[in-house]
Design a protein around this ligand. Structure first.
Ligand SMILES: [Zn+2]
Length: 287
């Protein structure tokens, strides 16, 4: 009788923290994550310490609260409009269930968090989109929260710092979600006309109606390394123009070379870069 392993209790799914998956032959659990670039198994603890960046430089997706914890000076963040949440205005089939599971997956009420905080000692209005809530899709509440933030910034004479991540407009809200592009752009325009500063950081992925509006309206546009940034998908464009596009087309570095973004911002350097930009654009108040 073979007793090898007889007394060792098999790990069940709950004990190892949930699902077990396989990526390129490597098994991993929710406590470890393999890097899609170099296949290194990163523990969640390591990733938390490294701001979600693998040793090879690959940037994992980060949720909005993690970004706020890194960016905002300790204890300065005050959230705005936290109570706003989407309603199924068009009675779109399956939307209420989608919203419920997005809330569960992200522990957030909506796909963007807005608020006021200090970054490097400068008071700013901050919005950060949430990838784990329907991949940051832009519905009426996302539009409303960002618009209100720009209006607050314009009224109080504050700069705006924004982080985008989005699959685009929220199809379950139809034309109402598309209208957010114009609504937010109007608020960005009034903020700009008041001589105020807006910097946006594009993160992976920033696409669709978000790219076609406020993601591209920053005075300075930064992008995380390797981020996918575009409007339509590569295949759709290839089919339309009947031409093969380069493989890195729509990646942050390609967009930098072609003048669509101003600089690549590795996560570890973002706070220093944003602080420096805020310093350059600080308006001197004359006595
Ligand atoms: Zn890696």
């Amino acid at each position: 009788m073979k007793l090898d392993g007889f007394f060792r209790k098999a790990l069940n799914e709950l004990e190892i923290g949930g699902r077990t998956k396989r990526v390129r032959g490597k098994e991993y659990t929710e406590l470890t994550r393999p890097c899609p670039k170099c296949t290194r198994l990163n523990s969640e603890m390591e990733l938390a310490e490294q701001l979600g960046v693998c040793t090879c430089g690959y940037h994992f997706r980060q949720n909005a609260r993690q970004r706020i914890a890194y960016l905002a000076d300790a204890g300065t963040f005050t959230e705005l409009d936290a109570e706003l949440e989407s309603k199924d205005l068009l009675e779109f089939p399956g939307y209420p269930e989608k919203l419920a599971s997005a809330k569960l997956a992200s522990s957030e009420k909506e796909a963007v968090i807005t608020g006021i905080c200090e970054i490097g000692g400068t008071k700013v209005c901050l919005f950060i989109m949430e990838p784990y809530f329907m991949m940051g899709s832009m519905g009426t509440i996302v539009g409303e929260k960002i618009t209100r933030l720009f209006e607050t910034a314009t009224r109080d004479g504050l700069p705006v710092i924004g982080y985008t991540v989005s699959g685009g407009a929220r199809m379950q809200e139809g034309i109402l979600s598309l209208m957010q592009m114009a609504k937010i752009s109007g608020a960005v325009g009034r903020h700009s006309a008041a001589g105020l500063f807006y910097t946006v950081v594009l993160t992976d992925p920033t696409t669709g109606g978000v790219t076609a509006s406020f993601a591209m309206e920053g005075d300075v546009i930064l992008a995380e390394p390797g981020a996918l940034i575009g409007f339509a998908g590569q295949r759709v464009i290839e089919q339309t123009i009947r031409k093969k596009l380069p493989g890195d087309f729509q990646r942050a570095e390609f967009l930098l070379d072609h003048g669509f973004v101003d600089a690549i911002a590795p996560r570890r350097e973002q706070k220093a870069q944003i602080t420096a930009l805020l310093g350059l654009h600080k308006r001197e108040v004359s006595a």
